[in-house]
Write a protein that binds this ligand. Structure first.
Ligand code: ZN
Ligand code: ZN
Length: 134
């Protein structure tokens, strides 16, 4: 079970899981959208996921050529979860919004070719220069 909410508390989400993958995405788009060195993401089945509250979407064409949709609270602007067109059966929860961030344990780093040196995590991860095959 994964639950989370935004900074102001107006938007929440919940997933019964399971976690299909746990990664940190260092692509340029994720860096810019989050104003950080990457976004920690947890993939869950879309069928397991519900959200409530005022959520807005930012739609940008991703590396796949399909639209990457980032959902954020329209009140406080916190990034919450992604609903990528390239993987319509998935929701990608941004792990920093989890009620219990320790329930996230990344195993992979994506787009390490675009990662700034200061954003490397101290824990050992399987590194992918781009996206994985999943
Ligand atoms: Zn909010
Ligand atoms: Zn990314």
């Amino acid at each position: 079970m994964f639950t989370g909410h935004c900074l102001c508390g107006a938007a929440q989400y919940r997933s019964t899981g399971p976690a299909l993958f746990s990664a940190v995405c260092h692509c340029h788009d994720c860096q810019r959208a989050s104003a950080s060195g990457g976004v920690p993401v947890l993939g869950v089945p879309k069928a397991s996921f519900t959200s409530s509250g005022p959520v807005k979407q930012s739609c940008v064409k991703g590396g796949s050529g399909l639209t990457a949709v980032r959902n954020f609270c329209s009140e406080c602007g916190s990034l919450l979860f992604g609903t990528p067109e390239s993987a319509p059966e998935l929701v990608t929860i941004y792990a920093g919004s989890l009620d219990d961030p320790t329930s996230f344990s990344p195993t992979e780093a994506l787009f390490t070719s675009q990662r700034p040196p200061w954003a490397r995590l101290a824990m050992p991860l399987i590194e992918h220069a781009g996206l994985t095959g999943q």
